[in-house]
Design a binder for this molecule. Structure first.
Ligand code: FES
Length: 195
C-alpha cells in the first residue's frame, strides 16, 4: 500500500501500478485537460490503458531529457492547502527547493507560489515554505540572514524556511526514504520585501 497522502498518487501507484517517479509528469500532462487539481475521478475517466500509455510517454520524455536531469533525486510531496492541491515533484541532488519550483514541471505547478524574486540571495521571502518535522530535523538550522528574512515572511512559524536555502545534499539524499517523501507546504500568501 502506498504511503502517499495524495489520493491521485495513491491511485496511480496502487490501482494502475505506475512508478511514483512518473506521477508528476503525468499530472502536468493531465492539467492541460482537467486543470490544476488532478482528482482520482479525472484519472479514472482517462482510463487505465490511457494512463499506462501516458506513463510510457512520460518515461520516454524523462529518458530523453538532458543528462543533468538524471542526477539522483528524492520526491517532495508539495501541499497547497488554500487551493486544496497536492502533488509530488522530484528533488534532484544539489538543487534547492526553489530550484524544484523553477524546473519545467515545477514551474507549471509551483510557479505562481514560489517566485524566488531575489534569485536565492535571502532578500525577498517569496520562496517561504513550511517543512515537515522530518525534513526540518535533517537540514542545517537557518543562519542569521535567513532568520531575519523569515521574520518578514507571511505568517512564519517554527516550520518556516526559505526554499532557496534548503538543498538536497549527498547526506540528505541518503537520509530520506524513497517510500516516504518529505512534505513541503506552501503558505497561504507571500510577502515580497525585495527592493
Ligand atoms: S529567493 Fe529570495 S529569499 Fe529565497
Amino acid at each position: 500500500m502506498s504511503q502517499s497522502t495524495d489520493p491521485a498518487s495513491s491511485f496511480l501507484k496502487d490501482q494502475v501500478g505506475i512508478d511514483e517517479n512518473l506521477h508528476a509528469g503525468i499530472f502536468v500532462a493531465l492539467q492541460t485537460v482537467y486543470g490544476k487539481q488532478i482528482e482520482v475521478s479525472h484519472l479514472k475517466s482517462f482510463g487505465i490503458e490511457g494512463l499506462k500509455a501516458l506513463a510510457e510517454s512520460v518515461k520516454l520524455e524523462q529518458r530523453d531529457r538532458p543528462r543533468s536531469n538524471h542526477r539522483p533525486f528524492k520526491m517532495i510531496h508539495f501541499r497547497i492547502p488554500h487551493h486544496k492541491s497536492a502533488f509530488d515533484l522530484p528533488w534532484r541532488l544539489g538543487d534547492s527547493i526553489l530550484d524544484v519550483a523553477k524546473s519545467p514541471d515545477g514551474a507549471l505547478l509551483l510557479g505562481e507560489y514560489m517566485e524566488g524574486t531575489c534569485g536565492g540571495q535571502k532578500s525577498c521571502c517569496t520562496c517561504h515554505v513550511y517543512l515537515d518535522e522530518k525534513l526540518l530535523s535533517l537540514v542545517p538550522p537557518p543562519d542569521k540572514g535567513e532568520l531575519d528574512m523569515l521574520d518578514l515572511a507571511y505568517e512564519p512559524n517554527m516550520e518556516s524556511r526559505l526554499g532557496c536555502q534548503i538543498r538536497l545534499t549527498p547526506d540528505l539524499l541518503q537520509q530520506i526514504d524513497n517510500d516516504s517523501p518529505v512534505t513541503v507546504t506552501i503558505p497561504a500568501d507571500v510577502n515580497n520585501v525585495w527592493t
